[in-house]
Structure formats: structure tokens, C-alpha cells
Design a binder for this molecule. Structure first.
Ligand code: FMN
Length: 449
């Protein structure tokens, strides 16, 4: 019997020198094509061949520069100092693919609603309905300092601002009604002015007149992605997100998170099944179990530099760890003094157990990061993914790469056919848009003006 439910698969991509795993650039099979269009085109084609729902690119608007107050370590060790402009990267991939969804991360703290609404509406039109926006509030002072402010806003204020940002952006996307374009050559009527509305959004953070300069898009609105893990972040995701990324290190943590987040979605009056929760996961594959395990050891030990780990940890936590000895215990007080992604440390502490030191944290950040690692042959990895999927730990995965593009080529060649054979993953795209492929409804156009 074919299960009704199918998992969603998303590629967790980086437009830079390393994957989310900072040591990936040192992997012998990594291609250093990150400054070439052909590299991104190839990634797009590979994931589309594997019928992935989407590839989404993460972003941060600064080099990691919190550790020791300098970017030197990030540059020296390649701890993700390179980040290309994502709208252009997605435009390149759009031309090389036909069906795969294309997501990019844009910050509600440093960009403006009109700019973001226009970028994603344009992408949605030019890709025939494949655009998605990963909504982030940004995490650290290095980003703030690239945008003219000394410090990142307080955590909850960032989310208050993001709520307004989304109200304004969705309003702009709806500022043209679906049938506003007339294109009547004979009578010289281009569009119906009664169906194109000013927004006149007037909030505490934003004032936006509108209308948008882009008509309503194939998906109505681009798909909204989000990854809030704090209580405030989960509430924000419950209100807005259609795909939620999580960083849960174990299946138990993931199940609790899944239940909590779906309850919050229901409390917000939305259908919990209409929102996909996707934990980030690494896959380490081999032709045999032994080969996969050997590759895992290489991934865990050979390319990880502790300095790169601490650099990234400082970036994510917005906390300069350079003044602390490696055997410093990570206490509640220390976590309280961190303004970045606290949930990451809390989760890792719970996962490791006992007294957790900075060295433990750095080791986990470098290797495990936030998510699980599925290791084995194609069938073994498919077993592990199915277990998460079938036991309400997730609706699918956002797949991070140990090396690129090889890790994606491996999953497409070895795992995807297994999942397809088991009926838990598509063997072709059936929808015309990303929304349709994800099983999401096209939002009604709200009344504005
Ligand atoms: C899979 C995944 C991808 C993420 N991508 C980004 C990103 O590209 N840029 C960013 O600033 N934050 C990113 N984050 C962090 C989240 O946006 C968020 O800040 C974090 O999960 C902490 O949530 P909180 O702000 O509610 O505490 C990501 C998180 C996860 C789990």
C-alpha cells in the first residue's frame, strides 16, 4: 500500500566557500567552484534529478568576526567568510532548472519590506512559481555593523519587527489582485486600477505606501520558510511559516519540538498539517556500511579545526568565546548572557548531558552541528530517515552536505531511489509550482487599499 504521506526534501545550500560544515572546503571531493555559475547550475540539476522539493540558500550579512573581535580566523580557516548575493545565484539556477523550488534567506532586520517583496515576487514570476523566502531576524553584531548600527536589536524586538515586516510584505504581494492585468490592446487598457491597491502600511517599524511594482505572482505569495527555535521564534513561525527548519540533535528532542510547534500552529488557527517541519540532517553514504563509517570518521576528525568551530560558535551566539578557557563549563548564567541563538546551546547541552564545557560545545558545533547524522548505505540511511518521518519527529529533512556537490550526488544516487521504492518520496514532480509540490494552498489575495 502506498502511504498517503510523502516526505519533503530540501537542500541546505551555501553560496560560498564551505557548506554549513565549515571544514567541507578541505574535503578532497569538494569542488572549489563557488565563484562560478556552472557550480550552482550543476547543484540545481543534481537536486532536481533527485526530485528535491527545493534548494534553499542560507545567509549571514557579515563575515564571522565576533571571536577575538576579528575576522582573521574566519578568513584563515575558511570558516564561511564568503557569501555571494543570493538573488543572483538563484537567478542563475533558475535558468538551468525547471521544477525545483528556489529559496533564499533575507533578513527582516536589515532589509526593507518593499525590497524583499519585489525581489521574491520577481523570482516567483521568472521561475513560474518556484520562489521561497527564508525569513531570518539575523543574529549578531557583525551584521549590525555592516548596516550602520553597533549592536543587533534585542531578540524579541527583532521578532516584533519581523511580524510587521511580514504584514507589510504579504500586503505588498497582495496589492495587485490576481486578475488586475487586462492587456487590452484595442482599448489601451493595461491593468484595472480598481484592482491595484495602495497598501498604506503604518506600523511602529515600517511605513510602506505601495502598491508593489510587480503583479501578483504564480504562487500568490512566495513560500515562507522560517527557523525560530525560541518560544518567541516558534510563535512567529506558527503565525507565518509554511516550512519550518529545525536544529534538533536527537529524535526525542525532535518529537517534542514537532508536537510543540504543531500545537502552536493549531492555536494560531492554522492547519498543522499544512506546515512542514524539516530538521537539518547530514547524510554520510557509502557503497557498504564500513565505507560509510570510514567516511564519517574522516568527516568528524580530519577537516575540523577547533578555531573554525569557535569562530562559528561565537558568530552564532554573538558572544566572544576567545576569553574563555576550553574547559570552562557552559552554565545557565553563561547561556543567559548570550544574545544569539541560545536554543542551539541549550539543545546541545541536553544532548551531550552532564557538565558540558566549551570544548565539548566546539566539538559538536564543528561536527554534529544541530542536526542528526545518518550514516550507512542507501538503504540504511533511508531506514533512519523513515524512522524520523514515521514517528512524528518531522515531515522531511533539510539536507546539509559534508562536501559539495558530492554529498548531494550521493543522496540522489543512493537514498532517493530507496525512498521512492518505499513510496515515501516522489519519483517526479507533479505540481507546476513549489506550493503544489509541497502540497500547500495558494493564499487568497487579501483586501488592501
Ligand atoms: C536549518 C536552519 C537554517 C538556518 N538558516 C539561517 C540563515 O541562513 N541565516 C540566519 O541568520 N539564521 C539561520 N538560522 C537560524 C534561525 O533563523 C534562528 O535564528 C535560530 O533557529 C534561533 O531561533 P530563535 O531566534 O527563535 O532563537 C537557521 C536555522 C536552522 C535550523
Amino acid at each position: 500500500m502506498i502511504p498517503v504521506k510523502q516526505m519533503s526534501l530540501v537542500g541546505f545550500m551555501q553560496a560560498g566557500n564551505a557548506t554549513v560544515y565549515a571544514g567541507s572546503w578541505r574535503h578532497p571531493a569538494t569542488e572549489h567552484g563557488f565563484l562560478k555559475a556552472s557550480y550552482y547550475e550543476k547543484l540545481g540539476r543534481t537536486l532536481e534529478e533527485g526530485c528535491f522539493d527545493m534548494m534553499f540558500f542560507d545567509d549571514r550579512l557579515a563575515m564571522p568576526g565576533i571571536y577575538g573581535g576579528s575576522v582573521a580566523e574566519a578568513v584563515r580557516y575558511g570558516a564561511r567568510p564568503v557569501k555571494l548575493d543570493l538573488s543572483i545565484v538563484l537567478g542563475v539556477i533558475a535558468g538551468a532548472t525547471r521544477s525545483i523550488g528556489l529559496g533564499a534567506t533575507y533578513s527582516t532586520t536589515y532589509y526593507s519590506p518593499f525590497h524583499v517583496a519585489r525581489t521574491f515576487a520577481t523570482l516567483d514570476h521568472l521561475t513560474g512559481g518556484r520562489a521561497a523566502w527564508n525569513v531570518v531576524t539575523s543574529v549578531n553584531d557583525s551584521e549590525a555593523q555592516n548596516y550602520g548600527v553597533d549592536q543587533v536589536l534585542d531578540h524579541d524586538a527583532r521578532y516584533d519587527r519581523a511580524d510587521e515586516f511580514l504584514e507589510a510584505t504579504t500586503g505588498l504581494w497582495d496589492s495587485w489582485e490576481d486578475d488586475a492585468l487586462v492587456l487590452d490592446r484595442a482599448n489601451g487598457i493595461f491593468a484595472d486600477p480598481a484592482k491595484v491597491h495602495e497598501l498604506n502600511y503604518d506600523g511602529a517599524w515600517f511605513k510602506v505606501r505601495g502598491p508593489l511594482t510587480v503583479p501578483r505572482t504564480p504562487q500568490g505569495r512566495p513560500v515562507l520558510l522560517q527557523a525560530g527555535s525560541s518560544g518567541r521564534g516558534r510563535d512567529f513561525a506558527a503565525r507565518w511559516a509554511e516550512v519550518i527548519f529545525t536544529g534538533d540533535p536527537s529524535i526525542e528532542v525532535a518529537r517534542t519540538h514537532f508536537k510543540d510547534q504543531k500545537e502552536r500552529i493549531a492555536q494560531d488557527g492554522r492547519d498543522p498539517d499544512s506546515v512542514k517541519m524539516l530538521p537539518m540532517a547530514y547524510t554520510v553514504l557509502g557503497e557498504s556500511t564500513a565505507q560509510a563509517q570510514q567516511r564519517e570518521q574522516m568527516f568528524l576528525h580530519d577537516f575540523v579545526d577547533p578555531m573554525a568551530s569557535l569562530t562559528l560558535l561565537s558568530e552564532l551566539m554573538n558572544y566572544d568565546f576567545s576569553g574563555l578557557a576550553l574547559d570552562t563549563p557552559i552554565t545557565d548564567e553563561l547561556i543567559e548572557s548570550v544574545s544569539g541563538i541560545r536554543g542551539l546551546v541549550q539543545n546541545l547541552r541536553a544532548h551531550i548531558g552532564g557538565t558540558v564545557t566549551l570544548a565539548d560545545l566546539a566539538g559538536h558545533r564543528a561536527t554534529l552541528l544541530q542536526g542528526p547524522r545518518f550514516v550507512g548505505t542507501g538503504a540504511e540511511v533511508a531506514d533512519q530517515m523513515e524512522e524520523w518521518f514515521e514517528t512524528e519527529a518531522c515531515d522531511g529533512f533539510v539536507i546539509a552536505a559534508t562536501h559539495s556537490p558530492g554529498a548531494y550526488e550521493d543522496i540522489v544516487r543512493l537514498v532517493v531511489p530507496e525512498l521512492q521504492r518505499r513510496g515515501v518520496f516522489r519519483d517526479r514532480y507533479t505540481g507546476a509550482t513549489l506550493r503544489e509540490n509541497l502540497g500547500l494552498v495558494r493564499p487568497e489575495c487579501g483586501a488592501h487599499g
